[in-house]
Write a protein that binds this ligand. Structure first.
Ligand code: AMP
Ligand code: MG
Length: 348
């Protein structure tokens, strides 16, 4: 299949999103930018489109898709009820990088929800995303536009690398502002529960709702047989081909430990460090990839997946990453990094 790739800018945004909407109406798939990561979109009310999405990504079909809307009025037909907690979160954080889980109505196909009676909904803020969804006139089912297991795409070139030839179109809208997938909060039960941390932090959510529950899968590795509430959280994720190892602790101890691990690594292995602006000159690795300043966790978040992809680009076999404190945005960054590392962590 030929994949059309078009840049959307202020002049042609209307023409590009209308062309993309035409493809969606014919049952095709379009990758599009959002403020979190690029999404792979299909008609959210069409089981066949959902099947195509799973196939293009190589995604297990029990891992449900998020439905994206471009106006609040699109929410009601999709969900059985909008609880008070959801109303409060919506008024604070929509449009934006927050996904909410509701009880679904019959028009939402089980193919989209991986067989669940609940549905994930997001109202993105990104202008291209909104104009595209709005032109489609249906909710758009969209997981991240990467091959399953690979780091999520934060540039159109990442989507092209993973999915070119497997999807109909890519809308290039430049780099994604936040760079981590949306925060997911389940509001379908008695108490709101965080299922996936993201750029809307626990601290921000608790300012609106008071104390919230946090699913165990967010904080730690699950035991064999345990099931996370967000089915996607059980899969290995974000992995470059390299073995990823996290080292966390005081700055000097982390630098010393990483250099020690590099010295003792097999000489045939190409080594790398994902380092901060402040520490980048202290490492003896073959490649040092600079993720951003330690003082700017938003910059680190927005560059994380790009760095993981760069490991492959540079053929790095063993890469070390500096750990961060797990509060505010650090919780989401470390959640993704731990999965990339398969939970291989040194505390020093
Ligand atoms: P992605 O679109 O790649 O960011 O993945 C979507 C995430 O949302 C996965 O972790 C899914 O498991 C989660 N998700 C989608 N729908 C539901 C749902 N109904 N209940 C719980 N988690 C969901
Ligand atoms: Mg994903």
């Amino acid at each position: 299949m030929e994949t059309i790739i078009l840049k959307a800018d202020n002049e042609n945004i209307k023409a590009v999103t209308e062309k993309a909407a035409e493809i969606i109406k014919q049952g095709g798939l379009v990758a599009f930018p959002t403020e979190t990561v690029y999404g792979l979109g299909g008609n959210g009310l069409d089981s066949k489109a959902a099947e195509k999405i799973y196939e293009a990504k190589g995604r297990p079909s029990d891992n449900p898709l998020i439905l994206h809307i471009s106006e609040l009025s699109q929410l009601r037909p999709l969900v059985r009820e909008v609880p008070k907690s959801a109303e409060m979160l919506i008024s604070h954080f929509w449009p934006g990088p927050l996904t909410l889980i509701f009880k679904k109505t019959d028009i939402v196909p089980y193919k989209t929800t991986g067989g669940l009676d609940t549905v994930a909904i997001r109202f993105p803020e990104n202008k291209v995303a909104r104009q595209f969804i709005s032109a489609c006139n249906v909710p758009i089912a969209a997981p991240s536009a990467n091959s399953s297991g690979r780091p999520s795409p934060t540039r159109a070139s990442h989507v092209e690398f993973d999915l070119k030839g497997r999807i109909d179109m890519i809308i290039d809208g430049g780099r994604c502002e936040f760079g981590l997938e949306s925060t997911i909060v389940d509001v379908s039960g008695d108490r709101p529960c965080l299922l996936r941390p993201g750029s809307i932090t626990v601290e921000m959510l608790e300012e609106v709702l008071g104390k919230i529950d946090i699913d165990k899968a967010v904080l730690s590795r699950l035991e064999k047989g345990e099931r996370p509430k967000a089915p996607g959280m059980k899969y290995t994720h974000y992995s470059p081909s390299a073995r990823v190892v996290i080292v966390r602790g005081g700055e000097e101890q982390v630098i010393a430990k990483i250099n020690e691990l590099i010295s003792s690594a097999d000489k045939g292995l190409k080594t790398g460090v994902i380092a901060s602006e402040e520490t980048k000159d202290r490492y003896k690795a073959d490649e040092v990839l600079v993720i951003g300043s330690r003082k700017d966790s938003a910059e680190i978040a927005s560059n994380l997946f790009k760095m993981l992809r760069k490991c492959d680009y540079h053929n790095i076999a063993l890469v070390f990453a500096e750990g961060l404190p797990e509060n505010e945005l650090g919780l989401a960054i470390m959640n993704r990094l731990k999965k990339a590392a398969g939970y291989e962590i040194y505390d020093v």
